[in-house]
Design a protein around this ligand. Structure first.
Ligand SMILES: [Zn+2]
Length: 488
């Protein structure tokens, strides 16, 4: 089988988190009764005039600078003409030849080293309005089609990458990082189920041939409703294109660009209509909307409003709290609230790694099981910090840490109260030595084994020590026994 490289570019449509639409004051709230959030402007009644929503532009600008894009001093609006039942105006207001931003990048990395860290270039990010939604009801033999125009005119930012990704895995990493970035800077909720984030993938192959490389025709894949689906669809499509190429030998340019839909249940892509060329859209500048000008100061303000971005935050956690790449990724990927919780707990405990272990294992496990947010978590950051601090100082035996954690969580009490409730108190060192001494006297065989080099034999005494005093810390019992034997 000759070598081939999969070439992937992604187009991501992100719904910006504005309360009202891009060119009118209708609500963008999800889930309302169909056609209750429309007005003459967004459904294109003759004589109605669009008025630009400044907030949408601000959010788009914020995103563009976060993606390291260049912001041209001027941008304009264009009409993209096409006929579709859910587009009552007969055109969509978009940005064609002068987008509000271009030439950025987003860095992707993999803590499991499955691909090399790379910058995926962003070709452009431009604003446009959303279309409505066709609802096809084919239940019970009916074939009704209904149109819901609530979504019409909702602000979208279309983020177009260069074809820089080489596997489904890289595409997924790009989407994960992009979503994280967008939620950190608060420009979108990125909810895929509600359509706030939609992905189309352009995929083709570069196949190594004796006389250079052969490119297969580009296919655009649609209808992917999870990042996992994007990854699967791309991997499937690469194999399919290779098979088609072997059968037909078709190269790029031999056939028009094809659009295929992803069927997640069947795990296959299926052919859809062919894609219009941009010349078919008959773009022209919207005569109702004036061009937008960005000043240096506005761009600077947007840049300053970003806060700490995920990549910088990961680096800081590694540098300041000695976390591994993997640990910093786990925390940062949980979102800005979990990171804030973590940092507040570290402030109290003074041990970044120990707090990270409790947050990434126990706290996140509980949140996942209860489908709750960190804001509703039963142990406050300060309380978790005190708990970890006590463990670290040895005031709370590590073997009983989880018990205490569970009681703190269930009863909503702090670490001192939980320890009291469980009857955990620190054992006096001399008491512990006494217990160990008597156990060694009763178990000469174990003493002999340890002296013979089998240190692990001492493990048998730990359970017995705990029977005599449940507060006995296994680590200390073990060490004391070894020390005593060494002196024998
Ligand atoms: Zn409206």
């Amino acid at each position: 089988m000759p070598d081939y490289t999969t070439i992937i570019g992604l187009e991501v449509h992100v719904q910006l988190a504005t309360k009202s639409k891009l060119f009118c004051r209708c609500s963008t709230q999800f889930g309302a009764e169909p056609n209750t959030q429309t007005c003459p402007v967004c459904i294109g009644m003759p004589g109605s005039l669009p008025v630009m929503n400044r907030e949408a532009l601000n959010l788009a600008l914020k995103t563009a600078v976060a993606l390291n894009c260049t912001i041209p001093p001027m941008t304009k609006w264009d009409r993209k003409q096409y006929y579709y039942p859910d587009l009552p105006k007969g055109y969509q207001i978009s940005q064609y030849d002068m987008p509000m931003s271009e030439h950025g990048f987003l860095e992707i990395a993999d803590s499991k080293d499955r691909f090399e860290t790379k910058q995926v270039r962003i070709l452009r990010a431009h604003l446009e309005e959303d279309a409505g939604k066709s609802v096809h009801d084919e239940v019970a033999g009916r074939a009704d089609s209904m149109i819901d125009l609530n979504r019409t005119g909702t602000p979208l930012l279309e983020i177009v990458s260069e074809p820089d990704m080489r596997s489904g895995l890289e595409a997924r990493a790009y989407l994960d990082e992009l979503k994280l970035l967008l939620t950190y800077i608060g420009v979108s909720d990125c909810n895929m189920q509600e359509g706030s984030l939609r992905v189309d993938a352009n995929v083709n192959l570069h196949i190594a041939a004796s006389d250079g490389k052969i490119a297969t025709p580009i296919v655009e894949i649609k209808n992917m409703n999870s990042f996992r689906a994007v990854e699967r669809a791309i991997d499937y499509e690469a194999r399919r294109q290779y098979d088609v190429w072997q059968e037909t030998g078709a190269k790029i340019g031999d056939v028009p660009k094809q659009t295929r839909g992803w069927d997640d249940n069947a795990g296959v892509t299926r052919g859809q209509r062919s894609k219009e060329e941009s010349s078919d859209y008959r773009y022209f500048p919207d005569p109702d909307l004036v061009p937008v000008k960005f000043s240096e100061a506005e761009v600077q303000t947007a840049r300053e409003s970003l806060g700490e971005l995920p990549a910088a935050l990961r680096s800081r956690l590694q540098a300041e709290h000695a976390l591994s790449v993997y640990d910093s990724e786990v925390l940062v990927n949980q979102g800005v609230d979990v990171v804030a919780y973590y940092l507040a707990a570290v402030e109290v405990a003074g041990d970044g790694k120990a707090v990270c272990n409790w947050v990434s294992q126990d706290v996140l496990r509980v949140l996942k099981e209860s489908e709750a947010n960190i804001a509703d978590f039963g142990i406050s950051a300060k309380s978790l910090g005190e708990f970890v601090g006590k463990l670290k100082a040895g005031d709370l035996p590590s073997a009983r840490g989880r018990e205490v954690f569970d009681v703190m969580l269930e009863e909503g009490i702090d670490v001192d109260q939980a320890m009291q409730k469980l009857g955990i108190e620190e054992i006096d060192e001399s008491e512990l030595v006494g217990i160990c001494q008597s156990l060694l006297e009763k178990n000469p065989k174990i003493v002999e084994d340890v002296k013979g080099g089998k240190q692990q034999a001492v493990g048998a005494l730990i359970g017995q020590a705990k029977k005599q005093n449940p507060n006995a810390d296994p680590g200390r019992v073990r060490q004391i026994c070894l020390d005593l034997i060494a002196q024998m």
